[in-house]
Design a protein around this ligand. Structure first.
Ligand code: RTP
Ligand code: MG
Length: 143
């Protein structure tokens, strides 16, 4: 099994509702290690840049507005098949379709305010980690 690193955001809705600890518990209980973390409040420009791939989508304005509405936690998770493992912990984008016991089933209110983000592939994980973290902010790899 490959040891991967993936990028995760606890979005403004979940931070505002004091779910950071519960969500970190899910990551750690699933065997993922938090190897970098910080709280940030995105500017409009930072949010637009992060979600640039969605810039033509009808929900883009609402997404940027939501993601800049309050502080977020950004973290890098490391573990076996971390990219897919984190997507499974998160559940489907729309919480109404998210499997029981997933983060979005338990903590998200709507498709627009859905508690967490996770990279959808290894290439996007590398890009997203670099978007938020300098190399010296990450714990060195031990495995
Ligand atoms: P994320 O990037 O945040 O981890 O979520 P995802 O991969 O499951 O979903 P994605 O397709 O990348 O969409 C990014 C975020 O945009 C919002 N969205 N709204 N109203 C809508 O139809 C709609 N579709 C997507 C969600 O907040 C989603 O997480
Ligand atoms: Mg996505």
């Amino acid at each position: 099994m490959a040891i991967e690193r993936t990028f995760s955001i606890i979005k403004p809705d979940a931070v505002a509702k004091n779910h950071i600890g519960a969500i970190y518990n899910r990551f750690e209980s699933a065997g993922l290690k938090i190897v970098a973390a910080k709280m940030v409040h995105l500017t409009k420009e930072q949010a637009e840049g992060f979600y640039a791939e969605h810039s033509e989508r009808p929900f883009f304005g609402a997404l940027v507005s939501f993601m800049t509405s309050g502080p977020i936690m950004v973290q890098v998770l490391e573990g076996e098949n971390a990219v897919l493992a984190n997507r499974e912990i998160m559940g489907a984008t729309n919480p109404a379709q998210a499997a029981r016991g997933t983060l979005r089933a338990d903590y998200a209110d709507s498709i627009d305010e859905n508690a967490v983000h996770g990279s959808d592939a290894l290439a996007s994980a590398e890009r997203e980690i670099a978007y938020f973290f300098a190399a010296d902010e990450l714990c060195p790899r031990t495995r």
